[in-house]
Design a protein around this ligand. Structure first.
Ligand code: SF4
Length: 202
């Protein structure tokens, strides 16, 4: 595969000012290896994590705890916001309720999708306007498949980004195949069952 890295860099140059906390991820960049002791589990402290019903149920089954013990609650009942991901993972002492003493996730296998994706995210860029856009689910899926295969996207093109606060990018250079899989997986986790994007860029 010959990846179109020059095109990706050109698109990134158009939007990078608006994504000050992110960096572009290209094939061959250092791969991610979580090192929570390097950052004191920054991500499990810094972010509020939104969940849908399926993710909440996964954690309930895995932990054996009632949802009221690990979701943000009001009057003893989980808060349900009018969003595609209505629930918010609970916090205590300034971090997620599932962050363990050894800085590992107590529910790693059942952790919510945003935790699986962090520190990556996918953003789509329209080359004509130079703006980040949200294509239809079908157009987005086709564009991800094209770019993952080293082809040009027909419409807005996906860029794979990473949060710049994460110190875990110390692994070996990612292979083209691993980069393509990461792009596909990060995009897939960002969409709900109906194909709608449920976690959009800041
Ligand atoms: S569920 Fe696990 S990975 Fe996600 S924020 Fe909590 S401790 Fe961190």
């Amino acid at each position: 595969m010959a990846f179109r890295t020059a095109e990706m860099e050109a698109l990134w140059a158009r939007i990078r000012e608006r994504y000050g906390s992110y960096l572009l991820v290209l094939p061959g960049d250092p791969s991610f290896i979580c090192q929570p002791h390097e950052c004191d589990a920054y991500c499990c402290r810094a972010f509020n994590v939104s969940l849908d019903g399926g993710e909440a149920e996964r954690l309930r089954e895995s932990s054996g705890l009632p949802a009221s013990r690990f979701l943000e609650c009001e009057d003893g009942e989980p808060i349900a916001l009018p969003l595609a991901k209505p629930f918010v993972l609970g916090r205590s002492d300034g971090h997620c309720v599932f962050l363990g003493a050894e800085l590992t996730c107590d529910q790693y296998e059942a952790r919510p999708d945003p935790c699986r994706s962090y520190p990556h995210q996918v953003v789509f860029v329209d080359a004509a306007s130079g703006r980040a856009v949200q294509p239809s689910a079908e157009a987005a899926r086709r564009a991800v498949e094209a770019v993952a295969a080293g082809r040009e996207a027909e419409g807005p093109a996906p860029l794979l980004l990473r949060h710049d606060q994460c110190p875990g990018f110390t692994g070996p250079p990612s292979t083209e195949g691993a980069w393509a899989d990461l792009l596909r997986e990060t995009y897939a986790r960002s969409v709900g069952g109906a194909g709608e994007v449920v976690s959009s860029p800041p």
